[in-house]
Design a protein around this ligand. Structure first.
Ligand code: ZN
Length: 476
């Protein structure tokens, strides 16, 4: 009887911690993208460390994210131009109080992540001494990745160490906060590659993340959804575009809208045709200075690209680049990346940044000439049609891909300044998805020939391209 009661007590205690439906080990993770956008944070971290567990992304203000059915919060980074607001900290504290697990990755003692960690009593300082050592319980030989920071010792509230430096200072550790668990670790201990090719420390990070989450019940039968870029804190419908952004990026929204709207007619003039119906009509703002994407309808734009809003030339190039990816559809171009930036350079010229644009064009061509001085050795992939010439790889292949594309366009522009507009008018008219299978180099050269009013196949063969008019399947 006594034994039976103890069992019941144990079950009840377990129920308090794990909830009735929650099975130990089930994880519902939320990865924050709103303080710093990276392609890595968008799913790759979860793929590397959360295995089959459910993981979603928060693209908007963290304090607006419903964490009730989550038990792990992953905070990878915060851009230096943002910070965690008081509302964020209150939201994170409440989540910890309720038993949630939080991991804060920190890259330096002065970064915004370190400021956040400090609010929970984790003070990082420089001076970790290599080599790093994993505690025996983790059962790993070696700690991967780099760390130069260590936690300031805290005798009153010590850390459960996972990794220490050579002198025994805790570098990555965990402690209880409320009913939950907080882990802090150097950013260099987890991956960062957008192709998820660097799952460093997965052997110990994956089980540790599971353990962090165990203080809070989740219900797998109830909805657990991310908040995407278009589930935004702010949605503004304008004449030709809808703008989506988080509370954090509110100070940049007006300038981003203005530059996007101001650039658009210039892109249309250079492209010769309007955007296809619906394409590029949604613009989402990203908390980064380092990139964006185009998904056809939705374009994601880095708000601090090229020093924006203080400087606008690179932003014009970038907005155009992402827009052109939508503009060229339904068939991406054979030179899809360089053409997008090249049109960006033409638009820069039209918008008063001609000198800088011409310099960028010249520099891009110069980089290709280092490998192909007479522009007759390689095709766009860095392969040669001539025998005895080895194909280019890596950076050299990339230089040729971009520079040769630019050079071809410049040759055509010298002869016909608005060739690009004519080309895209013809592409829209003749390259119909129901008529052609694939938009190939052969089809491209055929359309460019039509644009210039002469057969361009001999010239393209002379400059190293394996093209053939007999393979063209566009019907004129
Ligand atoms: Zn691109």
């Amino acid at each position: 009887m006594k034994k039976g009661m103890r069992c019941l007590a144990a079950v009840l205690a377990a129920a308090c911690v794990y909830g009735q439906d929650g099975k130990t080990g089930d994880v519902h993770a939320v990865v924050d993208l709103a303080h710093s956008f990276t392609f890595y944070a968008d799913g790759r971290f979860a793929r590397q460390y959360l295995g089959s567990h459910r993981s979603v992304m928060s693209w908007n203000a963290l304090y607006n994210f419903d964490l009730s059915n989550a038990n792990l919060l992953v905070l990878l980074d915060c851009d230096a131009r943002l910070r965690y607001t008081e509302k964020d900290v209150a939201h994170i504290s409440k989540f910890l109080d309720e038993g949630g697990g939080v991991v804060i990755f920190v890259s330096s003692p002065t970064c915004k992540q370190a400021e956040l960690a400090k609010q929970f009593g984790a003070v990082y300082e420089d001076g970790a001494v290599a080599p790093m050592k994993a505690v025996p319980a983790l059962n790993v030989d070696k700690v991967e990745g780099r760390a130069s920071i260590k936690l300031r010792a805290d005798e009153k509230n010590p850390w459960t160490a996972f990794v220490t430096d050579a002198e025994g200072a805790v570098v990555a550790g965990m402690r209880k906060v409320g009913k939950g668990r907080l882990m802090v670790a150097p950013r260099g201990f987890s991956g960062s590659n957008p192709d998820a090719s660097d799952p460093i420390n997965a052997a110990w990070l994956a089980p540790v993340l599971e353990r962090l989450a165990q203080g809070k019940a989740i219900d797998k039968s109830k909805p657990f959804n991310g908040k995407g870029l278009t589930d935004a804190d702010h949605v503004e419908a304008h004449t030709d575009i809808s703008l989506y952004y988080s509370d954090y990026l509110m100070p940049y929204a007006k300038a981003m809208l203005e530059i996007t709207q101001r650039t658009k007619p210039y892109i249309e003039k250079r492209m010769g045709v309007p955007l296809s119906e619906g394409m590029g009509s949604k613009v989402g703002l990203l908390a980064t200075g380092g990139g964006g994407f185009s998904g056809g309808t939705l374009i994601g734009l880095a708000v601090w690209w090229g020093g924006f809003p203080e400087k606008e030339d690179s932003m014009i190039e970038f907005v155009t680049h992402e827009s052109v990816h939508s503009w060229v559809l339904p068939f991406p171009e054979v030179w899809n990346e360089p053409i997008a930036t090249y049109v960006g350079n033409l638009v820069m010229i039209d918008m008063g940044h001609g000198e800088e644009a011409e310099r960028r064009i010249a520099d891009t061509i110069k980089r290709a000439r280092r490998h192909d001085p007479d522009m007759n050795r390689y095709d766009l992939a860095g392969k040669s049609t001539r025998t005895g010439i080895e194909p280019l790889t890596g950076g050299a292949a990339n230089d040729v891909h971009w520079g040769k594309t630019y050079w071809i366009f410049e040759e055509l522009r010298k002869e016909k300044p608005d060739f690009m507009a004519t080309y895209f008018q013809l592409k829209r008219k003749h390259a119909k998805p129901d008529a052609i299978k694939k938009y190939t180099m052969d089809n491209t050269v055929a359309l460019l020939g039509k644009t210039m009013g002469r057969d361009l196949f001999p010239w393209f063969r002379e400059i190293g391209f394996d093209v053939d008019a007999g393979r063209v399947d566009i019907v004129f």
